[in-house]
Ligand binder design. Sequence first.
Ligand SMILES: Cc1cc2nc3c(=O)[nH]c(=O)nc-3n(C[C@H](O)[C@H](O)[C@H](O)COP(=O)(O)O)c2cc1C
Length: 203
Amino acid sequence: MTIDIQPAVRLFGLSGSLRRNSYCRSVLEALQAILPPDVRLALHEPRLPLYSEDEDGEASPHEVRRFRASIAASDGVVIVTPEYNHSLPGALKNALDWASRPLGAAALTGKPVVVISVSPAFTGGVRAQSHLHDVLLAIRARIVAGPQIVIGNIAAKISDGRFVDESSLCFALETIGALLKDVGRGAPAAAAASSHVLEEGAV
Ligand SMILES: Cc1cc2nc3c(=O)[nH]c(=O)nc-3n(C[C@H](O)[C@H](O)[C@H](O)COP(=O)(O)O)c2cc1C
């Protein structure tokens, strides 16, 4: 008898915010809590030095090397971004610039990426998401296809610092399920419950 034990899927979760009580981080933590045990979502912040070509290459900063290595070692990436002035925050863009090099062998190139945007406004950071898509296309990351995951009015969906909006989480799990399929795994069990949300909430 052979027992087929598959290694855990490793997801690199990246918040677009550096804020202490970030809503983006709360969403990632909520996803982390509901993903099955064989899917590990590690949380990261875009807290890196400002990109300079002079400091890239052999002598790139150690936190950048760690950041790139963690993305490279992951099976996929989940980015949750806020919207700053109708675009993605500078800290996130900076981190993605580091992750876009070395050209042709960048950690993010070819990686499947799920994008989620959030905002206290009803618009849910949709403009930031659109700009983020452009950046990811330039890097040749593989944006996981599916309805856009846009979480508006997020302040009302946080309780005691925890993101508690089940329908948004189910909706996000659908696309994370597509990522898992893409890397040869089945969709997470909780995603099955969300088909009605898909019909109601597709953007
Ligand atoms: C510099 C700045 C610009 C912002 N611009 C926008 C914006 O264009 N659209 C929007 O919906 N929210 C905007 N906001 C509000 C953010 O969506 C809000 O602060 C959000 O909570 C940030 O995400 P976080 O909680 O993960 O830090 C802005 C906030 C800041 C600090």
